[in-house]
Design a protein around this ligand. Structure first.
Ligand code: 3PG
Ligand code: MG
Length: 398
């Protein structure tokens, strides 16, 4: 490990500032997906169990004009209490007198959540004064927010230069899983990259073709590649103006020994809606006015064979319009194959980013993947090969 962990840093009896990612989805005042909270709890318990005061910092939403109740972290406190099985205190500010008073009255082994760090403009500017104000509240910094590590903000980056710093257990698990998947993987390595557009994933695809042995493309972006190869795509989602970029990616892949796998058949429909009338056809047989809303059975079989030959899999993005049944069939089918190979010990499977976790959960296989990341944007930037500032700051202090 190139960073400290809770195994190497001493937190006993200290005041520990934990950067968490409590940026969880909410509806009607309720947290609708507690994954990030559930995965954070072991870190909080471990630190609290050593008699430390646990002071949790996080952003929530994207407030731009100071405090507002809609973006207050107060509303997340009950979900954290429930997951932790213990009361959690709350401070109405993340720095200054209110924060200091709340830390002072927190008992050893207690957990306190500070108000949204983004209520201060200095957070996103990585303002050294804000970082200093945060650091003044504790003795040690533990970053457990891999999913925010692509942001160079005061609470994710700046503060790590001011205090002894370590990765929390979730951050550690994310970095270990991601390292096994791409930094030092067992080969062959396959990647499944799906989603609507290649324009948002150009850097990712260019990096992937230089790192993996097999690149399986799904979702709308596969249409752009088919179009770039001269295949008619009918009315399918397709970025025609990205054909040159798609060709450049295919050339780079061919030059570097990366096999690109595109759909060979699909579910063709004339309407973009659940249960739309559709037919199975080869990709070369799409009619005017038809849209490919999912990959077809021959593609599922083809991708399954490719995964059988791989040892490592990185997955980002769905195959088709997985929110609309039955156009979730290929995502579900390929995900089930990957989960089974993983269960048989034949494949290390790591997934993350954006819709991916929702798609795998919908497929009912998330728990059978080797690792599912809690990160959206950070996972994508990692797939792009970028240095994540929150991780780099921890490494500097190892
Ligand atoms: C996320 O949900 O992806 C992280 O919490 C980062 O949030 P952000 O995209 O608003 O920086
Ligand atoms: Mg994001």
């Amino acid at each position: 490990m190139r960073f400290q962990t809770l195994d190497t840093i001493d937190v006993t009896g200290k005041t520990v500032l934990v950067r968490a990612d409590l940026n969880v989805p909410m509806a009607d005042g309720q947290v609708t997906d507690t994954t990030r909270i559930d995965r954070l709890v072991p870190t909080l318990k471990e630190i609290a169990g050593k008699g430390a005061k646990v002071v949790v910092m996080s952003h929530f939403g994207r407030p731009k004009n100071g405090p507002d109740t809609k973006n207050s972290l107060r509303q997340v406190v009950p979900a954290v209490e429930k997951a932790l099985g213990a009361p959690v205190a709350f401070a109405e500010d993340c720095v200054g007198d209110k924060a200091a008073a709340a830390v002072a009255t927190l008992p050893a082994g207690g957990v306190l959540i500070l108000e949204n760090t983004r209520f201060h403009a200095g957070e996103e500017k990585n303002d050294p004064e804000l970082a200093k104000g945060l650091a003044a509240l504790g003795d040690v910094y533990v970053n457990d927010a891999f999913s925010s590590a692509h942001r160079a903000h005061a609470s994710t980056e700046g503060i790590a230069h001011l205090l002894p710093s370590a990765a929390g257990r979730l951050m550690q698990a994310e970095l270990e899983a991601l390292g096994k998947a791409l930094a030092a993987p067992e080969r062959p390595v396959a990647a499944v990259v799906g989603g609507a557009k290649i324009s948002t994933k150009l850097d990712l695809l260019l990096n992937m073709v230089s790192k993996v042995d097999i690149l399986v493309l799904g979702g709308g972006m596969a249409n752009t590649f088919l179009f770039a190869k001269g295949v008619s795509v009918g009315s399918s989602l397709c970025e025609r103006d990205m054909a040159d970029q798609a060709r450049a990616i295919m050339e780079k892949a061919a030059g570097g020994g990366c096999e690109i796998v595109l759909p060979v058949d699909g579910l063709m429909a004339r309407e973009f809606k659940a249960n739309a009338d559709h037919r199975v056809a080869a990709v070369t047989d799409i009619q005017d006015g038809e849209m490919m809303l999912d990959a077809g059975p021959a593609t599922i079989e083809l991708v399954g064979r490719k995964l059988e030959g791989a040892r490592t899999l990185v997955w980002n993005g769905p195959f088709g319009a997985f929110e609309l049944m039955p156009f979730d069939t290929a995502t579900n089918g390929v995900a089930a194959i990957a989960a089974n190979l993983t269960a048989q010990g034949r494949l290390l499977s790591v997934a993350g980013g954006g819709d991916t976790v929702a798609a795998l959960e919908h497929a009912g296989v998330a728990a059978r993947f080797s690792y599912v990341s809690t990160a959206g944007g950070a996972f994508l930037e990692w797939l792009e090969g970028k240095v994540l500032p929150g991780v780099a700051a921890l490494e500097k202090h190892a």
